[in-house]
Design a protein around this ligand. Structure first.
Ligand code: GTP
Ligand code: MG
Length: 195
């Protein structure tokens, strides 16, 4: 998709604040700091439209980005960030779960895992949870510019094995710095939204 026009339509914490449109929606989930907001920016050709930070826990609400009046990207707070209080984590968990399990417009979820390390126990739980709810999922291994080219196959194998990826789940290695993997991610999105 050629993206020229994007706007942050709404930051929501509960269903009555979700956009009142029927555009398809694609959500991005993953650990804090894994690169969700950075991936959003690459997909929409912007530098820091979705705010990124080297400090985990930057995104705290469901942020709906209207792309060309054709779809929304939904940037979601990260999981696995120890410094967020237990109460706060429960609130995020409930907010994310409510969105992912009830939203009719949701066409798929992009789950990001850090390509520099094996997926964590939280990543495994998230993937199993998405599978349990039959939510079509794309796995993206991020920060792949930090991994030597000859180690990238191992990264792929580690992700497939650790998450026990289902045959229908695609996997893309991605770098926001090099914009590597952008077209593959867009292809998956376009399939999901029926372009
Ligand atoms: P939360 O909002 O806290 O959940 O984090 P997030 O998943 O949105 O991460 P964000 O996009 O803010 O990126 C976190 C840090 O990782 C930032 O310092 C980014 O510059 C860096 N980063 C993200 N993607 C890449 C990448 O592909 N390569 C490299 N080298 N750094 C990246
Ligand atoms: Mg973020």
């Amino acid at each position: 998709m050629q993206v020229n026009n994007v706007d942050l339509t709404i930051s929501a914490v509960e269903p009555k604040q979700y956009p009142a449109t029927d555009y398809p929606e694609i959500a991005l989930v993953g650990r804090s700091n894994v690169g969700k907001s950075s991936l959003t920016n690459v997909l929409i050709n912007r530098r820091n439209f979705a705010h990124t930070s080297s400090q985990p826990g930057k995104t705290q609400t469901l942020n709906f980005y209207n792309v060309e009046d054709q779809l929304y990207f939904v940037d979601v707070p990260g999981y696995g960030y120890a410094k967020v209080s237990k109460k706060e984590r429960e609130r995020f968990g409930k907010m994310i779960e409510e969105y992912l399990t009830t939203r009719q417009q949701l066409r798929g979820v992009i789950q990001l895992v850090d390509g520099r390390h094996k997926p964590t126990a939280d990543d495994v739980s998230m993937y199993q949870w998405l599978a349990y709810y039959n939510i079509p999922t794309l796995i993206v291994g991020t920060k792949i510019d930090k991994v030597k080219p000859n180690a990238r196959n191992r990264v792929k194998n580690d992700i497939v094995k650790t998450l026990d990826l289902a045959p229908e789940t695609s996997l893309v290695l991605f770098s926001a710095v090099k914009k590597q993997g952008k077209d593959q991610v867009w292809n998956w999105i376009e399939q999901r939204i029926g372009e």
